[in-house]
Write a protein that binds this ligand. Structure first.
Ligand SMILES: [Ca+2]
Ligand SMILES: [Ca+2]
Length: 620
């Protein structure tokens, strides 16, 4: 990590030098702002759509914006309704080299010129793979690597109080960099951070979902360069980076809400109207139009004004900021927050444009519905053509299987089968599965026994999905159903912590922590080690009622999971289909060799067990 920190210091020096060199632009245009702050040159045919960019130029007394270089030119310039803004379209030649374009800006107070940079994009947009394992971190709560950024005097919220669940706790990007070895040890392959863009809100600004500047890392989380250095380190180790994207709303302190280019950038109501959270209304053709309207146009929260993406400039602004971060920082995948609350027409444009521009990019939406049918509807091309979703239907099935109520467990087992049957295509393998996240109670608090927790994790890691681990779940974190408490501090991540779980020896962990880590760590390796899980054939096996059995198999063997939800009775499942000859063996995931003479497995009640079937190929 020493090397990583030195690299950040060098990059800081480079930026200081760049700022001095570009001092001309800064001094002549100190009240000007241009979003995006720079753009990129491209050379591939598929990136052709990036050759047009709409600049939102902001400043006092703007009259016109023009400019031309050998490879780029302003082709359109028009005022917004609010004359503080102009929409300026720039066309860039597909073969343009990186360079600076001089923008001439006429203003009532005197003309000025600004050098607008066209840079080489970062390598990224490599997408996720079915073998990936995602690690989700709430940056304010994972680790505080830099106490000097805890309080930033220019921000509205200037207190850090770890005793308050909804206050800022001081965690940051430097903390993630300091504990990067934990990610490596855990063997995850992708990192998803809750949003790290500026949230300059007066209260509860820690969670990141009330963005107030689409082009700035929140200074309490660190600097732009620290963010990029973290991503560079992840990429060097072939890990992928997921950006948490919010296009439904902003924080009400966002300058584009406080003084918008046009009031039609946002949804307005005669009196405050919250969204009704009736997600189904957006996919149900028979839904009451008023209900659907309130879902789409109601505000997510009083502090989170709802964006009207029917305004073409607002829509362009949202799409471009994502393109910018992909090319600026090398983002590989997007997680779209509050997906159903945005207009489906806008999301369809968003999805198609981004996946056309970046063909390997992965996009998954937060589709919070436990209905399988509704979940599928969002993926339909007639809706918004979403690539993949966060799999709430399977999550609901898993939590039902953990219930102490036998009837609920039976319902859960049937729901899990339905979920597995609903889409056994390759596409389903890219949905993101989870047993907890930053919005729902920790899975350890839903489990009444360790067996129940183990069952949930066994299912999570063997589903034909990409598993996502919420930080702390590897240490059996528990919580009540409260956002601030779900997002608890990682022990050892913060100065003064009495004990540390990060890098802790086995001796210093409590039993549950040791057990949990001992499962999650190897399980996150299986996805890549057992090729059958990601490239083999998936099948649901015949099993008695209340039992779910499924397998991934290829020529080398099979990964079989059997879930028995019965209260007291063991159940038998045949896995003869995976016997490849007399040298086939069955191993339980804890290392115990099973009696493989007849390939009938007896599974204890209220457990989920993983088996590996393999064959001594040299003797085959
Ligand atoms: Ca800090
Ligand atoms: Ca909305």
């Amino acid at each position: 990590m020493q090397q990583l920190r030195q690299s950040i210091t060098m990059q800081c020096l480079n930026v200081c030098l760049l700022t001095i060199l570009c001092g001309f632009a800064a001094s002549a245009s100190d009240t000007l702002r241009i979003d995006p702050p720079h753009w990129f040159v491209t050379s591939h045919d598929y990136e052709r759509s990036l050759c047009l960019v709409e600049l939102l130029v902001e400043g006092n007394g703007l009259l016109s914006v023009g400019g031309e270089s050998e490879y780029a030119r302003v082709i359109d310039d028009r005022p917004a309704t609010n004359t503080r803004y102009r929409y300026v379209t720039l066309r860039i030649d597909p073969v343009a080299p990186p360079h600076q374009l001089l923008l001439h800006i006429r203003r009532t107070g005197g003309d000025t010129s600004v050098r607008y940079e066209l840079r080489t994009p970062a390598q990224g947009a490599r997408g996720l793979h079915p073998s990936d394992v995602i690690y989700l971190i709430t940056p304010d709560r994972f680790a505080n690597g830099d106490t000097t950024n805890d309080v930033v005097l220019s921000m509205h919220e200037r207190t850090v109080d770890r005793s308050k669940p909804s206050a800022r706790h001081g965690g940051d990007i430097a903390g993630i960099i300091n504990h990067y070895d934990h990610l490596r040890d855990l063997n995850v392959s992708a990192l998803w951070l809750n949003p790290v863009l500026e949230n300059n809100q007066p209260v509860a600004s820690y969670h990141g979902y009330a963005i107030t500047d689409h082009y700035r890392i929140d200074p309490r989380f660190g600097t732009h360069l620290e963010y990029r250095a973290l991503i560079d380190a992840l990429h060097r180790d072939s890990l992928r980076v997921v950006m948490d994207v919010v296009v439904n709303h902003v924080g009400n302190e966002h300058r584009l809400f406080r003084n918008p280019p046009d009031s039609s950038w946002f949804h307005w109501w005669p009196s405050y109207t919250n969204t009704n959270f009736k997600v189904r209304s957006v996919t149900d053709p028979a839904a009451d139009p008023l209900v659907r309207d309130t879902l789409l146009r109601g505000w997510f929260d009083r502090m989170m004004p709802d964006i009207d993406q029917r305004n073409p400039h607002a829509a362009r602004y949202l799409i471009q900021h994502v393109q910018w971060w992909i090319m600026e920082a090398g983002i590989d995948a997007l997680r779209i927050d509050t997906y159903p609350y945005s207009y489906p027409e806008f999301m369809r444009t968003f999805n198609r444009e981004l996946t056309t521009t970046f063909p390997s990019l992965t996009i998954y939406g937060e589709v919070w519905t436990e209905s399988l049918t509704d979940q599928q509807s969002f993926l339909d091309s007639t809706h918004s053509d979403l690539q993949y979703g966060t799999d709430f239907a399977t999550y609901a099935a898993i939590t039902a299987i953990m219930s102490d109520d036998p009837a609920e467990r039976l319902r859960g087992s049937n729901a899990l089968i339905a979920s597995l049957q609903s889409d056994t295509s390759r596409r389903a393998r890219m949905h993101v599965a989870f047993v907890d996240n930053h919005d729902v109670m920790r899975i350890a608090s839903r489990a009444s026994t360790m067996d129940s927790w183990l069952a949930a994790m066994a299912i999570l890691f063997t589903l034909p999905r990409i598993p996502c681990i919420y930080y702390g779940t590897e240490f059996f974190f528990q919580s009540e159903d409260d956002h601030g408490r779900i997002r608890a501090d990682m022990p050892g991540g913060f100065p003064g912590d009495q004990r540390s779980l990060l890098g802790a020896s086995q001796d210093s962990l409590r039993y549950e922590e040791w057990m949990a880590y001992g499962l999650v760590r190897p399980a996150s390796t299986w996805g890549r080690a057992i090729t059958a899980k990601t490239t083999g054939t998936f099948a649901i096996l015949p099993a008695p009622e209340g039992v779910v059995a499924y397998a991934h198999s290829d020529d080398d063997g099979a990964l079989v999971t059997i879930v028995n939800t019965h209260e007291h009775e063991a159940r038998t499942v045949s896995i003869k289909a995976y016997r490849r000859g007399p040298t086939s063996r069955v191993l339980r995931m804890d290392g115990k060799a099973m009696d493989a003479t007849n390939f009938e497995l007896v599974v204890p009640p209220r457990t989920a067990t993983i088996y590996v079937v393999w064959t001594l190929t040299t003797e085959r």
